[in-house]
Design a protein around this ligand. Sequence first.
Ligand SMILES: [Zn+2]
Length: 250
Amino acid sequence: MSRYLTTSAITLRTQSRGENDRVYTLYTGRTGLVEAVADGSQKVCSKLAGHLEPFGEVMVTLVRRGAGYKLSGAIARQRFRRINDSGEAMAAAGACLQFTRRMMITGHPEAETYALLRDALAQLNTPASKFAVSAAPTVYALKLLAQMGFQPQLDRCGRCRAAIHDGSFDVVAGSLRCPRCQKKNTGQYIAVDAVAVAYLRMALALPLAGVLHVAVAGPTLAVARELVARFAEYHTEVARAAAGPAVVLS
Ligand SMILES: [Zn+2]
């Protein structure tokens, strides 16, 4: 394998290290999540920084160094500048980046997830509506979870298999429950009405842009948001193992 890797990337986080170094957490199209160090003693460091600002797509050249990477080049490919014009869009885009970082194991593939994240930023750059901005982190997170193999089952009761359209969502089982199949007195259920179930089914079925063109009432989005956040928190070891606050989608 070559020491060099050139790939498209989206910056998820930037941190300072030591006196001059910067550590970039990147989601790359070719190899998923990577951390790359930009050496502060390099003259190019400050030049690279401008290309690696959040809410943009960048071509990076990485050089293997030990278990990690050193950043040797970066050229901005596309900036989603309009995200910065709105506090709500910035917060929503930030939530998508943060969720990606928390859910992804280093090296998790790859192209499909990269395309979804890029699409989320593009949608937030020119949002269909105010609602689209507020819904984007939840819809993005739901689709990312499905890509990772955590797809909630929303067409039938996960226990008796009866076809149902509402009831409760069992966070532990990742599926709907009809009233007869619920255990009593556990905190693992979220009540979901038929509108919320239909919205979540649609969010899984349609492309991101299509989902964000459909507005639902605030309480329906709130149920979807809670369901996705708790599902993510329960079903990913990464989220549980990570020190720090719980998954936040808004
Ligand atoms: Zn049942």
